[in-house]
Write a protein that binds this ligand. Structure first.
Ligand SMILES: *[C@@H]1O[C@H](CO)[C@@H](O)[C@H](O)[C@H]1NC(C)=O
Ligand SMILES: *[C@@H]1O[C@H](CO)[C@@H](O)[C@H](O)[C@H]1NC(C)=O
Length: 357
């Protein structure tokens, strides 16, 4: 039997995906089969790449990974699975998406996909410089190396075929906006918010075109989250009541509306492409404003330490953790908990599947 037939049969067994702790069930169309997932971007989908580079922006120590396979810090910026893991599982690809730089990666792991993402990076080339992390241009070089490795392993045609059918995640803009634009002065002196958002959208579209040239066809580009409601932004600029910041949220929303519209325009000029804009803003703001609806109790603080400021090195083995991280939307002051990631994927999956297939 042809391998793709075997996969199709296996897939039909997994076709009904039921995420734990969730009321909603997303059924993938029966004839849809995903065998490879590939991620680019920042910490939301960094599966441990930053462990292997010289940067301070890491998450390979406790309490990160507290709920990951019995409490293993892996470099994922959460207590458990990232959205890349949860999506990989929901699409029937595999349980965990590995980091491309992980030296224990085997040839067969490449077939079902990897993440090239690096916590702290962004679309603006200045953003990864701030934290000495992997720019998207280098993630692209690594993707080219990955394709060469695939071709050596399974042959030119099979490799190209695999890339065509793969689902690609592109996740950026949070660090461009939170760290680069709003926390540092350089970009704010050069650009107002609409001009900077416009620059980010152009860079995002360029990146999509680069991976399209290399064979990517099904590409999901994530919008910006409600950055003005992240615990760290509430703490640093939200005043005594730690309110959500409209300025930051508006910048995220403007980026999202421009990105969504421009992706549609781009899609019509790229034959055979399916480009999806993934709205993470609305599901997250809804959860932040209505915790009870999602079985959550705390959405304005992270679980690690005081929950107001700790992220990466400040969230470490000396930080106490909250009473139950399944009740917290955020794990640290920027990143969602595994529960938050599950809630998010549950909301984005139906649209994502609909747009890509
Ligand atoms: C799946 O089937 C539907 C309905 O027959 C069709 O419209 C769609 O294009 C198919 N999708 C794929 C990926 O083959
Ligand atoms: C934590 O919360 C989850 C979700 O509400 C619940 O299922 C679990 O039992 C709680 N764990 C503890 C230790 O209370």
């Amino acid at each position: 039997m042809h391998l793709s037939v075997v996969k199709a049969i296996l897939f039909s067994i997994y076709a009904s995906i039921n995420l734990c702790n969730s009321e909603k069930t997303t059924n993938l169309p029966k004839n849809v089969s995903v065998s490879t997932l590939i991620a680019f971007g920042d910490s939301f989908v960094d599966q441990g790449n930053n462990n292997y580079i010289k940067t301070l922006l890491k998450a390979d120590f406790p309490p990160y990974g507290k709920d990951f396979r019995g409490g293993k810090p892996t470099g994922r910026f959460s207590n458990g699975k990232t959205i890349a893991d949860i999506l990989a599982e929901a699409l029937g690809v595999k349980e965990y998406l590995p980091a491309y730089l992980d030296p224990s990666l085997r040839a067969k792991d490449l077939l079902s996909g990897v993440s090239f993402a690096s916590g702290g990076t962004g679309y603006d080339p200045l953003t990864p410089k701030i934290s000495s992390v992997i720019p998207l241009s280098v993630q692209l070089d690594n993707f080219k190396r990955y394709i060469r490795e695939l071709k050596r392993n399974i042959g030119e045609e099979a490799a190209q075929n695999l890339i065509t059918k793969s689902v690609f995640l592109v996740v950026g803009s949070t660090n461009d906006l939170v760290i680069n634009y709003f926390a540092l002065p350089i970009r704010r002196l050069q650009y107002d918010v609409p001009a900077y958002d416009n620059k980010l959208v152009k860079l995002a579209l360029n990146f999509v075109q680069e991976i399209y040239k290399l064979g990517a066809r099904k590409i999901a580009v994530f919008g910006a989250p409600p950055i003005g409601c992240t615990p760290i932004v509430r703490t640093t600029t939200g005043g005594a009541f730690r309110r959500c910041q409209d300025k930051e949220n508006n910048a995220a929303q403007l980026f999202n509306s421009m990105l969504k519209q421009q992706l549609q325009v781009l899609a019509s000029s790229l034959p055979q492409s399916s480009l999806a804009f993934v709205d993470v803003y609305n599901p997250l703001i809804t959860a932040i404003e209505n915790p009870n609806q999602y079985g959550l109790e705390v959405t304005d603080k992270g679980c690690c330490g005081t929950g107001t400021i700790e992220v990466s090195g400040l969230c470490n083995k000396l930080s106490p953790t909250c009473y139950n991280d399944s009740k917290f939307l955020f794990w640290d002051s920027i990143h969602p908990s595994e529960e938050g990631n599950k809630i998010l994927v549950n909301h984005i999956l139906p649209d994502l599947v609909h747009s890509l297939f």
